[in-house]
Design a protein around this ligand. Structure first.
Ligand code: C2E
Ligand code: CA
Ligand code: CA
Length: 567
């Protein structure tokens, strides 16, 4: 984004004024009056003036223009300046002895009028100062209407104008659209910010061409790569999305990869609803396509509306549920399958929400919701504490440790207090770091790898065992893997699913087991449901197994039977 100092003179620098008059004596008089305060450039005729204006339109603060000149007259010049987009913001004060033309000039957009013969120098200076200030203020206001980078409106003005638009077109049916570039941060990281900016400008241009053409609506950019569009009700298809994502420079690396947009449409909006809420709906629709690499168009429909209401209800109930103990930690055993008979090795803590009205809710539903709304950390802390207390209770009751692993959300990894929190939790329960494991999903590493790898390293320095969860679902590079600080790989469940359905193919599993061997860490397979899966995994060299074959996640009382069975 251009620095504002590029567009505006720094406060202390002298502003530049162009004096256009065919008589040298007039130019000199004005120059004398203004030179202490301003940088004055002179032009003796309209043609020379136009050249200067073209050259310096960005840093001219004012034009003082003689109306009567041979060649291009002052009036003509005034017209040209007003009709050229780039010049339009430069204020012009017209000078003439003909008081008749005053009104004409003002009508044509002159900012002010100085009569000839010249009034007192102080009067001239005061008028010049006033005009310059007035226009700078105006420029400042109009520049904040727009996003500097793309020239689209900014969010605030966009909403204001959208409301204004509705007032004048009450009957017109409108659509609220949110457009987002999938994985834009990757483009920024891989190709640099400058290239990222180019991409954003390209999308903005496409929006203007494809959606706003013929003043069919307005658009703004909010947050780096999100665009909001308010336009006349219409139909959207993939072809349109292709047009919106096309037009990147031919030679660009991203062009090969193609830009992928996701579009959320709240169609034929309810105009009684607050304008911002209409775009919340467009966002909810767009979020449907969040986890894909493909282009998507999603509509806000009744189904989405219902699930939106459901989500709202869960969020509303969350704090109370936490207080009332509606959240319960379940435990699923992990078995060591290397010995002849599998041996209970540890457990994973998995949260359950027993909602008094909605019944048992799956974490697959509420975890992403809490993540999006910044509440997951509260829940995770509760689970972490509860799980540690459980390890201690079992230790006291059975005299053995069943290490429990807890899930650490991506957001937790950015918490500077994280290590301190875990240390406190295990200290409070008299545990050692070997009795408490952490599961961190692979995609967290690929997100902001450097910061996260650092945190993981520190956790391991304290002795915590870190398991990389859902391995194979993220996009770790081999390079990153080899320097990765981890203690175990948890094979993503989908590999088990695909390896044992249809044409049985265990190649991916073998590959991952090879990677683990190379990293010298054990492999844990989760989602193992059948005897066949178990024996195959064992043959392939998998070390631990977790899954319905042994047990579903169960409440702690029920889990105790696995502990006693192993004794
Ligand atoms: P995850 O960490 O990958 O957990 C494994 C999920 O697989 C669990 O689902 C578990 O019940 C399920 N599972 C285990 N064995 C089998 C099997 O044999 N077949 C099938 N079909 N599924 C099996 P669950 O409990 O529904 O949890 C879903 C996800 O929610 C978890 O995936 C985890 O990402 C998240 N989650 C659960 N508890 C917590 C928590 O306390 N904190 C955080 N941050 N996330 C949690
Ligand atoms: Ca897990
Ligand atoms: Ca997992």
């Amino acid at each position: 984004m251009p620095d504002s100092s590029e567009t505006y003179n720094p406060v202390n620098a002298k502003r530049t004024i162009l004096v256009v008059d065919d008589e040298m004596i007039n130019r000199e008089i004005l120059c004398q009056i203004l030179k202490d305060k301003y940088e004055v450039i002179q032009a003796a005729d309209g043609t020379a003036a136009l050249d200067i204006i073209t050259d310096r339109c960005d840093d001219l603060s004012l034009v003082l223009l003689d109306l009567l000149m041979p060649g291009v007259s002052g009036l003509e010049l005034l017209k040209r300046i007003r009709n050229t987009k780039e010049f339009r913001q430069i204020p012009i004060i017209v000078m003439t002895s003909d008081s008749e033309s005053e009104v004409d000039c003002l009508r044509m957009g002159a900012a002010d009028f100085i009569s000839k013969p010249y009034p007192q120098p102080e009067v001239i200076l005061a008028r010049v100062e006033r005009t310059v200030e007035l226009y700078e203020d105006r420029k400042l206001i109009s520049s904040t209407e727009k996003d500097n980078l793309t020239g689209l409106y900014n969010r605030e003005y966009f909403f204001r104008y959208a409301e204004e638009h509705d007032k004048h077109h009450k009957k017109l049916s409108m659509d609220a659209i949110l457009l987002n570039i999938n994985h834009f941060h990757v483009i920024n990281e891989r190709h640099g910010k400058e290239y990222g900016n180019l991409v954003l400008c390209c999308v903005a241009d496409n929006i203007r061409k494809v959606l706003l053409r013929g003043s069919r609506g307005l658009a703004c950019r909010t947050e780096a790569d999100t665009f909001l569009i308010y336009c006349r009700h219409g139909q959207y298809d993939m072809e349109l999305l292709d047009k919106l994502s096309g037009g990147l420079p031919e030679d660009s690396e991203v062009a090969g990869n193609r830009l992928r947009l996701r579009m959320g449409v709240y169609s034929d909006v309810d105009k009684t609803m607050d304008i911002e809420r209409r775009f919340d709906r467009a966002k909810i629709a767009a979020d449907q396509g969040r986890n894909t690499y493909e282009q998507t168009i999603s509509y806000y429909d009744t189904k989405l509306h219902a699930s939106h209401l459901y989500a709202e209800q869960l969020l509303e109930d969350f704090q109370e549920a936490l207080k009332q103990g509606q959240f319960q930690v379940y435990y699923q055993p992990k078995y060591d399958i290397r010995p002849e008979t599998p041996v209970l090795a540890s457990a994973e803590a998995l949260i359950r929400w027993k909602h008094p009205k909605l019944g048992m809710i799956s974490p697959g539903v509420f975890i992403p919701l809490l993540e999006d709304n910044g509440l997951i950390q509260q829940l995770d802390r509760y689970v972490w504490r509860e799980a540690a207390a459980q390890v201690r209770r079992w230790k006291e009751k059975f005299g053995v440790t069943v290490p429990v692993s807890v899930n650490v959300s991506r957001i937790d990894m950015h918490d500077p207090d994280l290590i301190h929190i875990f240390k406190t939790i295990i200290e409070e329960n008299g545990l050692s770091t070997t009795e408490y494991h952490l599961e961190i999903t692979e995609s967290a590493y690929t997100d902001n790898s450097i910061g996260i790898i650092d945190t993981v390293k520190q956790l391991r320095v304290f002795g915590f065992s870190v398991e990389m969860d859902d391995f194979g679902s993220g996009y770790s590079s081999l390079n990153m893997l080899s320097t990765l600080p981890i203690d175990a790989l948890k094979l993503d469940m989908k590999f088990i699913r695909t390896a044992f359905t249809g044409r049985k193919d265990t190649h991916m599993i073998e590959l991952i087991i090879d990677i683990a061997a190379y990293l010298k860490v054990p492999v844990i397979a989760e989602g193992v449901e059948t005897e066949e899966q178990l024996t195959t995994l064992k043959k392939l060299g998998c070390d631990y197994v977790q899954g319905y074959y042994f047990s579903r996640p169960v409440p702690p009382e029920e889990f105790e039977s696995f502990i006693t069975a192993g004794r």
